[in-house]
Design a protein around this ligand. Structure first.
Ligand code: URP
Ligand code: ZN
Ligand code: ZN
Length: 461
C-alpha cells in the first residue's frame, strides 16, 4: 500500500487559502496532499473528513508545564499539559527551561528534558532562560549548536531569581546578533511597578479592592515602557527580539512603529488578552484570573485583534501556567501572593476559532497563520512543523467547523479544577489529532501516548 493513512475530502487550511484535498501520511511524515489520493487500496486506513477542516497541528510556543513558581508548582505537568494540548489541536509546545541559583543552561535543559521525556504526548522544545548573564552569556553558543537558538529574559520576578537588568538584555541581544539567536522578553517595568505595588500593599486597600489591585497597580505604561526599552536595545544592537505575551494597545503601537523603522522585533499575544478584560478581577473568584501581565481593557483587546490583522502581532500563544483553586487560594486576600498564570492549551484554538473566525473577526486562514505557520517559522521549526506539505511531520488536526462543546473543566484533560471559559460553547476542539503520524486524539478523546513526544532541535532562519 502506498500510504498508512489518508485523511480524505476535508477542507485543508493553510495561511493563504483553503482547498478540498486528501492528506496522505506514510510513517511519521506527510507523503502527499492533493485531490484523488484516496483510491481503493491506497492506504491501510482512510478517515473521511468531508465537511471538516484539516489543518497543521498548532504550535504553542509559550507554555510553562510543572513550573516551580510563586511558592508552588504549576498544576499542568507534561502529561496533563500535552494531553490538553492535543485535545485543543496543539502538536508542539515550547516551554522555558529556567536555571535556578548556580545552574547552567545545560543543567536547566537536562532538568526540563527529564521532566518532559517520559510524559510528553506531543513534540516539544525549550527556550533557554538567562537568569545570570555573566554565566549564561558564555553558554549561549553551545545551546544554539545543540538546537536551542531562542533565549528568554524576564524584566520582573526578582523574588524568583529570574530577573534580568538592562545590561543583561543589551548584552544578550548583542550576542543574539552575533550568533543568529533570538531573545524573548517578558516586558514589564519593575522599577515603577514595585513602587505602585508598595503604595497599595496595605490592609485597607487589600480589604477594599481585593484582586482588583492586580490591575490597579499595573497600568498600561508598565508594559509599554518596558517594550519601548527592550525595543531600543534591539534597535541599538540589531539583535532579534520577540516580546512575549503582549497585552496592551500601546505595546502594539510601539512594535508597529519599530517594525516600520526596520527594527528586528516581533510580538506575540496570548489568547486571554484577546477575549478577557480586567473586569473579571471584581468577581468573587477574580483572583483565579491573575496572570502577569494581567488581562487589560476592552480597547486593548480591540487593538490586539487589529494587530493580528495588520501583522504587528504575529503569533497567538497561551502562556499556559495552570494552578488549581487550592493553589490560587494561597493569595489569602493579598494579590501579590497569587500564583500567577492561567490554563490555556486545551482552549486556545477553540477560543480563537469561535471568537475570531465564527465571530467574524478574521478568516480561518489567519488562525493557521498565527497558531501554525508563523510560530513554526519564527521559532525555527518550519517546514518540519506548521504546514501540511510533503516531507513535513504528519502533525495534523481535523475539526468540525460547527460542532460546539461546552467547556467544563471536569471533562477536560487540563490539570485544573476550574477554567476561564467554563460554560462557554466553543467550536474548534480537535476531533482527531495526529502527532508525527500517531493518532493522539480520536473522536475528541485523548489516547495514551506518554513518551511519544520528542524534543525538536531548531535553527533560526
Ligand atoms: O502569569 C504568568 N504569566 N505566569 C507564567 C510566567 C510568565 O510570566 O510567563
Ligand atoms: Zn512572562
Ligand atoms: Zn510565560
Amino acid at each position: 500500500m502506498a500510504y498508512d493513512l489518508i485523511i480524505s475530502g476535508g477542507t485543508v487550511v493553510g495561511p493563504d487559502g483553503t482547498t478540498v484535498a486528501d492528506v496522505a501520511i506514510r510513517g511519521e511524515t506527510i507523503a502527499a496532499v492533493g485531490p484523488g489520493l484516496a483510491t481503493p487500496g491506497a492506504a491501510k486506513t482512510v478517515i473521511d473528513a468531508t465537511g471538516q477542516y484539516v489543518m497543521p497541528g498548532a504550535l504553542d510556543v509559550h507554555v510553562h508545564l510543572e513550573l516551580p513558581f510563586c511558592g508552588t508548582v504549576s498544576s499542568d505537568d507534561w502529561r496533563t499539559g500535552t494531553r490538553a494540548a492535543a485535545r485543543g489541536g496543539v502538536t508542539t509546545v515550547i516551554d522555558f527551561a529556567i536555571p535556578y541559583g548556580e545552574q547552567s543552561l545545560d543543567d536547566a535543559y537536562n532538568i526540563w528534558l527529564e521532566r518532559a521525556k517520559p510524559k510528553a504526548h506531543i513534540d516539544y522544545a525549550f527556550h533557554m532562560a538567562i537568569t545570570n548573564w555573566d554565566r549564561h552569556g558564555k553558554e549561549m553558543e553551545a545551546m544554539i549548536k545543540r538546537g536551542c537558538p531562542t533565549f528568554k529574559e524576564f524584566m520582573i520576578y526578582a523574588s524568583e531569581g529570574w530577573q534580568s537588568d538592562d545590561r543583561a538584555i543589551y548584552n544578550t541581544l548583542e550576542r543574539c546578533k552575533q550568533l543568529n539567536g533570538m531573545l524573548l522578553v517578558h516586558a514589564e517595568s519593575s522599577r515603577v511597578l514595585d513602587e505602585l505595588i508598595a503604595r497599595r500593599h496595605n490592609p485597607d486597600d487589600m480589604k477594599k479592592y481585593g484582586a482588583q489591585l492586580h490591575a490597579m497597580t499595573r497600568p498600561n505604561f508598565i508594559e509599554a515602557e518596558a517594550i519601548q526599552r527592550a525595543t531600543m536595545w534591539s534597535e541599538a544592537t540589531g539583535g532579534r527580539l520577540y516580546i512575549v505575551h503582549m497585552s496592551t494597545g500601546e505595546g502594539a503601537d510601539i512594535i508597529k512603529a519599530a517594525q516600520a523603522r526596520g527594527v528586528n522585533v516581533l510580538a506575540e499575544t496570548c489568547i486571554q488578552y484577546l477575549v478577557i478584560d480586567d473586569s473579571v478581577f471584581a468577581r468573587e473568584d477574580g483572583h483565579l484570573f491573575a496572570c502577569c501581565p494581567q488581562v487589560k481593557k476592552p480597547k486593548d483587546i480591540e487593538r490586539l485583534w487589529k494587530g493580528l490583522e495588520s501583522g504587528e502581532v504575529c503569533v497567538v500563544s497561551t502562556d499556559t501556567c495552570s494552578f488549581t483553586k487550592k493553589q490560587k487560594a494561597m493569595w489569602n486576600g493579598d494579590w501579590t501572593k497569587i500564583p500567577m498564570g492561567l490554563p490555556g492549551l486545551e482552549t486556545m484554538v477553540p477560543v480563537f476559532y469561535t471568537r475570531g473566525v465564527l465571530g467574524g473577526r478574521m478568516p480561518v486562514t489567519r488562525l493557521v497563520e498565527k497558531c501554525c505557520s508563523n510560530p513554526a517559522k519564527i521559532m525555527g521549526l518550519y517546514p518540519k512543523k506548521g504546514t501540511l506539505a510533503p516531507g513535513s511531520d504528519a502533525d495534523v488536526v481535523v475539526f468540525d467547523p460547527q460542532k460546539k462543546i461546552k467547556v467544563d473543566y471536569a471533562m477536560m484533560e487540563s490539570g485544573t479544577d476550574w477554567n476561564p471559559y467554563q460554560g462557554e460553547e466553543l467550536a474548534g476542539f480537535a476531533r482527531h489529532t495526529f502527532c508525527r503520524g500517531k493518532q493522539i486524539v480520536t473522536d475528541y478523546k485523548c489516547q495514551e501516548a506518554a513518551g511519544w513526544g520528542q524534543w525538536q532541535p531548531r535553527t533560526l532562519a
